[in-house]
Design a protein around this ligand. Structure first.
Ligand SMILES: NC(=O)c1ccc[n+]([C@@H]2O[C@H](COP(=O)([O-])OP(=O)(O)OC[C@H]3O[C@@H](n4cnc5c(N)ncnc54)[C@H](O)[C@@H]3O)[C@@H](O)[C@H]2O)c1
Length: 361
């Protein structure tokens, strides 16, 4: 067994990419391209073990994790098989508000007959039986109640919680206090992709500020073809995602833009794009002598490689916090790895502070 024991909620494309990426590096031992840190403290990626898994899809619940990650509507297929997770059976999670109207047919949910209390009891037993020490949340956008259910489970089972999606937990004062009181670490919220639209938009914004210009208007339009993007067509589920993505950019401006001058959001679903995501970013501003300028950028990335490259950091940083007995929101890991952390820094500053934090004991 490895040294980091992780449980996962939501066996969708993000998790499938994460575990297939780990398998890729295990099979290609000299390959280190794509990793922000080869080792974090004493932990390499081979030290990560997935020991429990929870979902609500008929295609996944009751199946070995090694099979569930390839089930529809998942689309990641970077490696043919993953090792070491045949014996992990995907367990039932409560559906609550996990499924949006546009994805219900693709997700194919189980018929839920157990009470929430019963699922809670069984989930806690599974976490304890498997020795899970870290819970990762990959639930769909809009899963407020389901995320709160699993946050509560993390608190009840003393698991470090990594919140990869945009329901506010680490950045919410009430939840943060609960993690502080129980001395359990939490990283969140909403994964900031490795080289995704958020970090690119932030860095360009910061560049304009550092070079003394002003930004008058900006937009970031994202399109993709997986269930994440299909789900986000349901505008009512999007509120916290829009806040998370918009604040990530606003936080880099020396003066906030009026809402009418900034648009940042997932904007459409194009089925044939699959896990490819296209982002279109435009910045309009003024430079020396108030002379106007503008720039446009088109980013074409695999959204799941992008999320895996960040998640792999969060898991090892979480284990370091557990080893050190640190509780509450992890400020620097969250600032570097998440779009909506408890405290925003520039990405340079967050990286420097994070590296100091890693070496600090
Ligand atoms: N680059 C990125 O991919 C990126 C970046 C930031 C945030 N995120 C967020 O990460 C999350 C996961 O993304 P994804 O692409 O894996 O989504 P996905 O649609 O592929 O997977 C979601 C999984 O959750 C399961 N699910 C739904 N309701 C559930 C419930 N109540 N309990 C347990 N499981 C449930 C579904 O069956 C599915 O397996 C999304 O919220 C997404 O916005 C992704």
């Amino acid at each position: 067994m490895g040294k980091i024991k992780v449980g996962v909620v939501g066996i969708g494309n993000c998790f499938s990419g994460l575990i297939q990426g780990i398998e890729f590096y295990k099979k290609n031992k000299s390959e280190r391209i794509g990793l922000m840190h080869e080792k974090i403290g004493k932990y390499g990626i081979e030290d990560i073990d997935f020991v429990s898994a929870f979902d609500i899809s008929k295609n996944k619940v009751g199946k070995p994790l090694s099979k569930a990650i390839y089930e529809e509507p998942n689309e990641v297929d970077w490696v043919k098989s993953v090792s070491g997770v045949d014996h992990i059976v995907v367990k039932e999670s409560p559906i609550l508000d996990g499924i949006g109207i546009y994805v219900v047919n693709k997700i194919n949910p189980i018929k839920q007959t157990k009470s929430i209390k019963q699922i809670e009891k069984e989930s806690i037993e599974e976490i304890e039986r498997t020795g899970t020490k870290i819970l990762m949340n990959f639930l769909p956008v809009g899963s407020q109640k389901a995320t709160e259910f699993w946050t509560d489970i993390a608190l009840k089972t003393n698991c470090g919680f990594i919140n990869c999606m945009p329901v506010f937990i680490a950045s919410d004062k009430t939840w943060a206090k609960k993690f502080e009181e129980k001395k359990i670490p939490v990283i969140g919220d909403d994964i900031k992709s490795q080289v995704g639209s958020t970090i690119v938009h932030r860095v360009l914004t910061k560049l304009c500020m550092d070079r003394g210009t002003t930004i008058d208007k900006t937009y970031q339009i994202n399109v993709g073809g997986n269930t994440d993007f299909l789900n986000m067509l349901e505008r009512d589920r999007l509120e916290s995602k829009k806040i998370s993505k918009t604040e990530a950019v606003q936080s880099q401006l020396s003066k906030r833009l009026d809402n009418k001058n900034i648009y940042v959001g997932p904007s459409d679903f194009i089925p044939f794009l699959s896990n490819r995501k296209l982002a279109f970013i435009r910045i309009e501003g003024r430079m020396f002598a108030e002379v106007p300028f503008n720039m446009e950028l088109r980013l074409d990335v695999d959204d799941k490689a992008n999320s895996g490259g960040t998640s792999i950091e969060a898991i090892r940083l979480m284990q370091i916090a557990l080893d050190r007995g640190i509780g509450g929101p992890l400020i620097y890991p969250s600032a570097y790895l998440m779009k909506h952390p408890p405290q925003q820094f520039s990405d340079d500053e967050a990286r420097n502070k994070l590296d100091e934090w890693i070496l600090s004991r």
